[in-house]
Structure formats: C-alpha cells, structure tokens
Design a protein around this ligand. Structure first.
Ligand code: ADP
Length: 421
C-alpha cells in the first residue's frame, strides 16, 4: 500500500467517525429541513444546499475534539493534585513515614510497617526513634532551620539493619514532613566482605614474606659460613616465593572472573576432550601421590555451551584436590554422564575420591574464599584456599551447579551439572 492510499484511508476513517459521532445532530437537522420543506413550502433549490451544508457541518471536527489535547494536560495536572499522599507513599518501595509539626506519625506505608514494629498513626516519632542522630534529624527539619537532612541510623531489632534516613518538609505550608529510610545493609555487607578479603589476602601474602625475610637475615648472620644450611634455607625461600606466586595467580583469576560477569555466548565445549586433557595434565601429580585416576565416560557426544579454558580450570581444581586431599584412598574416579535431573537436560561430571572425606559442617562453607578445613594440610599441599571459590564463580557464570557429597572416612564426590542449553 502506498503512503497516499494509507492517508486517504485514514481520512475516510476520520470522516466516518465524525459522521457517526454527529449522527443525532445530523438526523435532527435533516428532519428540521424536511419539515420546513413540507410545511413552510421552501423551494427544492434551498432544500438541497441546506442538506449539503448540514452534512459538511457534521463532518467538521467538533469543538470537543479540538479541545481534547489541551484538556488532557489539564486533567493530568488536576489528577496529580488530587493524587492522595497515601497512594504516593504506597508506591514508594522504601519505608516512608509522614509526620506533623509535633513529630506525630500521620501516615506510614506498608514497607515502614514491615520494617519497624510499634508504629501507627498518632504515635510520636521521637519516642519510637530515640537514637540521638534521629532526634537531631527530626529537630533539624521541625525547627525549619533546614528543609531536608540525611543521617545514618541502625535499627537493632528484630535484625540489625543499617539505614540512610532522609527527612524533608512536604510542599509549602502543609505542616507535614516525610521520613524515607534507604536500606544500606547489603552495601555494608559487601564492603565488609571486601575488607575481610583484603585482610585475608594480605595475611596470606605476609606469612611467606615474613619467612623469606627471616631466612635472609639468618643467611647474612649465623648461617653465613654454613653451606648445608644455606642450601636448605634457599630451598625454603624458593617454596615460599612459589606460594606467593600461586596466591597472586589465584587472586588475579578471581578478579578477572569478576570483571567479566557474562559468558561469551555461542561457544560449545567438548567435555570428553576437556576432561581428558585435565587428567593428562595432572598425571604427574597423581603419580607423585600414588593415586590412580579412572575414567568412566558415557558414549556419544558430551558437548555443552561454555568457555573451554574456564571449565578446564574447574575440573583441574577439583581433580587436583581429589589427588591431594583424597590421596590416602589411592584412586579417583572421573565420570561423565548425561544428566537429567527432572527439569533440565545437561551433562554431569563427577570427581570422586576415597580419602578422609569432608565433615558435614564444613560442606556449606567450603567454597568460601580462604576457607580451609585444615590450614596446615592445605599449605603443605600447596593450596591457597581459593580453588573452590574460583570453581564456584565459573560455574555460576555457566548456570551450572556444584553438589558436594561426602561420608567421613569414605571419601568425597564433587559433581558439576552443566545445562545443555
Ligand atoms: P585449597 O587451595 O586449600 O586446596 P580449595 O578452595 O581448593 O583450597 O579447597 C578448600 C578446602 O577444602 C581445602 O583446603 C580442603 O580442606 C578441602 N577439600 C577440598 N577438596 C577436598 C577433598 N576432595 N577431600 C577433602 N577435603 C577437600
């Protein structure tokens, strides 16, 4: 259809609507003209132009239609003025309390009722929020010295929550004021986690650094002329620098993963080939620890969407742990099976060892950064405490799931379920 056709159709539709809207007026006009024709005896030369004039008038845009645009704007303004404070307060997701010049609650939204016990219209805010910072905030806006102000306030019960509270007067001369509470607890928790992480990372780096610096002192002093001691100390120093390098590598891995939260779409990973090369690359470690690695792979293609290097890192970490911590079991079984856990098709990769296993209470925390069941064992096994948190990070990016099952004394099984799509 051409633009011209479309325009003509639009015009015809508009005219039809106008005719329909003016149908009663038109009918009355036609009736009046016909009556005049019949009774007053006007000539047909007057009748036909009169009927045509009526039709044209009916087709003209009505005054109402011309006014409708201006009308919409003024209705909007009136609507906004009529909008009740209650509706506005209810539309705000944060706790909000409206109060008067005596600091008495006039209205509170549902979020405020849910967050604070013991509030209701008529109750004094000064009695409810006795903390000095809240009193100062209320005094400030009620005295009229400031139009609005903000303070940080912590509500202790039922659970501790940190808020940034703003108070301001509402409009001009309404004698009403509003308090809005922004929950900062999550942001604070993340800040604390970051600070803990930096403290842990620094501590992990400082320990080998202190050891190296101690040995340098010894080599310069008492062991200066002792070749046997020098050789031994240099070996320890080399081990410690290796430990620092591993820790820095793992920290960089984690920060790189955090920098790119989304996975590049469209790449497929052949799990059979990937897991095979992980097993090959860890063969020397397995041999060193007297561990035999057994394969139990399903037939057919075992491909999933994902990033090959990242999944390699996942299975490398899990298999390395199985060889190190499950060493006493003497064998590790790596299995790949088509996984159908009811709702979702995918592939399950399980790494099972027959070592000491993991006591139940540690399992929920084992993927936390720097969490180790036994720090000394982890250190002697060249662990950094970051391996499983890297695994968890990568699996989250793959929409995958890690399941850890263990029976103390019988070993541990780490299962990764990777969705097929
Ligand atoms: P690490 O660098 O210490 O190995 P990980 O994050 O990889 O750090 O593992 C955290 C801790 O979980 C280890 O220190 C160890 O205590 C425990 N762990 C991991 N895998 C196993 C396993 N297969 N058997 C027993 N304990 C394990």
């Amino acid at each position: 259809m051409t633009d011209l056709d479309a325009e003509q159709k639009d015009m015809a539709r508009t005219l039809a609507v106008r005719l329909w809207n003016s149908r009663w007026l038109l009918a009355a006009g036609v009736a009046a003209v016909l009556i005049a024709f019949a009774f007053a005896g006007i000539s047909p030369y007057v009748l036909v132009p009169a009927l045509l004039l009526l039709l044209a008038a009916a087709m003209l845009p009505t005054a109402g239609a011309l006014q409708s645009v201006e009308g919409a704007a003024s209705i909007e303004a009136i609507g906004l003025q009529r909008l009740s404070g209650e509706y506005l307060a209810a539309a705000v997701a944060d706790p909000l309390i409206i109060f008067d010049h005596a600091a008495t609650i006039v209205h509170a939204n549902a979020a405020a009722f849910a967050a604070f016990g013991g509030i209701a219209p008529g109750i004094s805010l000064s009695l409810k929020f006795r903390a000095p910072e809240m009193q100062a905030l209320l005094d400030g806006v009620l005295s009229g010295n400031v139009a609005s102000d903000v303070v940080d306030y912590t509500e202790k019960l039922p659970v501790e929550r940190a808020y940034r509270v703003s108070a301001s007067s509402v409009g001009h001369g309404t004698d009403l004021y509003v308090l809005v509470f922004k929950d900062q607890s999550e942001a604070r928790r993340i800040d604390r986690m970051r600070a803990d992480f930096i403290a842990n990372a620094s501590h992990e780096l400082r320990t080998p650094l202190a050891s190296i610096s101690g040995f340098i002192e010894t080599l310069r002093g008492p062991a200066r002329n002792d070749p046997a001691a020098r050789e031994q100390f240099l070996q320890i120093m080399q081990n410690q620098t290796g430990r620092m390098a591993r820790l820095i590598d793992d920290l960089l891995s984690l920060s790189r993963l955090e920098m790119k939260p989304y996975l590049k779409p469209g790449t497929e990973v052949d799990l059979r080939q990937t897991v095979d090369s992980v097993i090959d690359s860890l063969a020397p470690l397995a041999r060193e620890n007297n561990v035999v690695i057994e394969r139990d792979f399903a037939d057919g293609p075992l491909d999933v969407p994902g990033d090959r290097d990242e999944l390699f890192q996942v299975f490398e970490n899990l298999l390395e742990n199985a060889c190190k911590y499950g060493q006493s079991g003497g064998r590790v079984i790596v299995s790949i099976a088509l996984g159908d856990d009811g709702s979702e098709l995918g592939v399950d990769v399980t790494i099972r060892d027959f070592g000491p296993g993991i006591p139940e209470e540690h399992i929920p925390r084992i993927t936390e950064r720097f969490y180790r069941i036994d720090v000394e064992t982890s250190r002697t096994q060249k662990g950094t405490g970051l391996g499983l948190s890297i695994v968890k990070h990568i699996l989250t990016r793959h929409n995958a799931r890690l399941t850890i099952r263990s029976e103390v004394g019988k070993g541990a099984a780490f299962s990764v379920h990777l969705p097929a799509h």
